[in-house]
Write a protein that binds this ligand. Structure first.
Ligand code: 6PG
Length: 481
């Protein structure tokens, strides 16, 4: 019998997806540029299902049933193009090349268009959940044609995570839609992690709590509305003790956050689309700041606030518990903002590129498998399933209520952070976004006035139609232009 699907590229993600497929009873043809990975996979996990080891792309293609499905799991960028070029000439019209890496959606659009000309379906798909997710059930976000989804979807839905019996895989939209939403997923992942890090930092610096004590707090938070994978693993990382020094591991890890680029792509695209994703942008910049050793060293001796942070004293158990609760609420509110901004970008991207992405369906498949999986996503799904879906998640009744409940705490936390000299860019920018959207009037009016003053850039009036300019260097009367 022929294999149902082929996987080329057997590093951990590729190998684990191949094993996941095999464990679900699908015969998988496997191929890797150097044979040792194929051998290692078969030797260690060959008993898990039906694998067909292939030495060459030709062998892999020959091993597959039609239409052929080839899943590419190699590095994004040039290596992906090279593999596509190897396989495309071996395929026939109707066959599918599936890219499961973190490709830029514009690359995916380009590749899809080029392969479509050759009659081949190119499916750029987001896969989230890390190594464990790939093996046990990831969240899968395939783009590409509807037709390709008919042949590929059932397989992917089979190996994806399940929540309440619903598979965490759905067809996102044509060409680059899948990789686009995966990119924004990662942007949200950056924002979520930054907010968690700020919450930890405030508890540590303002209340003087130890990492182990903060781990207890996160464990507690994980039982409520914040319940999510990232909150859960935060407790685990904070509890970890370094074997070499006996200190908390978090105190030994160098405080420079790295990135492979998907968060940066999200912000670059948001700038293009004109979507304010300030929470994601601050998270990307916070990583950059952390890595700027030279800047940080140069600025180390700049003055900070006098004395210790304004914290409830050690004996004031109630005051301390109140601050912890304030931080929890600030974290929840800021998280709502980050997701609202991300979904806003998805809406804008979908309109710009003509994808018709269904945000409710997306929230549904992010409930499980992926890195940002959270109980919270069920609320987002509900919000989008209402008869008239909200313009922004902030005004969906459930979130509007949550923000209303949280806002006093949120303000206290941002004020405390500023007073104590503890940076909280994520919390602060989220609150500023909230207040900006709420504001009846913004000082953008003054910005327009200044633009008109120095560059005759004109302005509109709020009391009547038209475009106006004040003769600033003349008699300062207003003319209609
Ligand atoms: C996922 C992750 C995964 C990867 C990130 C890491 O959804 O499984 O997002 O794709 O861990 O790309 O990104 P950085 O290295 O940029 O933090």
């Amino acid at each position: 019998t022929k294999a149902r699907i082929g996987v080329t590229g057997l590093a951990v993600m590729g190998a684990n997806l191949a094993r996941n497929l095999a464990r679900h009873g699908h015969t998988v043809a496997v191929h890797n540029r150097s044979r040792y990975r194929t051998d290692a996979l078969l030797k260690e996990y060959g008993h898990e299902g039906e694998f067909v080891a292939c030495d060459t792309p030709e062998e892999l293609v020959a091993a597959l049933e039609r239409p052929r499905r080839v899943l590419i799991m190699v590095k994004a960028g040039a290596p992906t193009d090279a593999v596509i070029e190897e396989f495309a000439p071996l395929l026939e019209p109707g066959d599918m090349l599936v890219d499961g890496g973190n490709a830029h959606f514009l690359d995916t659009r380009r590749r899809e268009a080029a392969l479509r000309e050759r009659g081949i379906h190119f499916v750029g798909t987001g896969v989230s959940g890390g190594e464990e997710g790939a093996l046990l059930g990831p969240s899968i976000m395939p783009g590409g044609s509807k037709e390709s989804y008919e042949a590929l979807g059932p397989l992917l839905e089979d190996i994806a995570a399940k929540v309440d019996g619903v598979s965490c895989c759905t067809h996102i939209g044509p060409d680059g839609a899948g990789h686009f939403v995966k990119m924004v997923h990662n942007g949200i992942e950056y924002a979520d992690m930054q907010l968690i890090a700020e919450a930890y930092d405030l508890l540590r610096q303002v209340l003087g709590m130890s990492p182990a004590e903060i781990a207890d707090v996160f464990e507690e938070w994980n039982r409520g509305e914040l319940s999510s994978y990232l909150i859960e693993i935060t407790a685990e990382v904070l509890r970890q003790v370094d074997a070499a020094t006996g200190r908390p591991l978090v105190d030994v890890i160098a405080d420079r956050a790295e990135q492979k680029g998907t968060g940066r792509w999200t912000v670059q695209n948001a700038l293009e689309l004109g979507v304010p994703v300030s929470g994601i942008a601050e998270a990307v910049f916070a990583r950059s700041v952390s890595g700027h050793t030279e800047l940080r060293r140069a600025a180390r001796d700049l003055p900070g606030p006098e004395g210790a942070p304004q914290a409830p004293p050690a004996g004031d158990r109630e005051g301390r518990a109140e601050f912890v609760e304030d931080v929890r609420r600030a974290l929840y509110a800021s998280k709502i903002i980050a997701y609202a901004q991300g979904f806003d970008q998805i809406r804008a991207g979908s309109a710009e590129y003509g994808w018709d992405v269904d945000p409710g369906a997306l929230a549904t498949i992010w409930r499980g498998g992926c890195i940002i999986r959270a109980v919270f996503l069920d609320r987002i799904r509900e919000a989008y399933e209402q008869e008239s879906p909200p313009v922004t998640l902030l005004t969906a009744p459930l979130f509007a209520e949550a923000l209303g409940l949280a806002q006093e705490s949120w303000r206290r936390v941002v004020a405390t952070a500023a007073g104590a000299g503890v940076p909280a860019p994520g919390f602060s920018t989220a609150l500023a976004y909230y207040d900006s959207l709420r504001a009846g009037r913004l000082p953008a009016a003054l910005v327009q006035g200044l633009r008109d003053f120095f560059g005759a850039h004109t302005y509109q009036r709020s009391d009547r139609e038209g475009t106006f300019h004040t003769l600033w260097s003349g008699d300062r009367t207003e003319i209609e232009v």
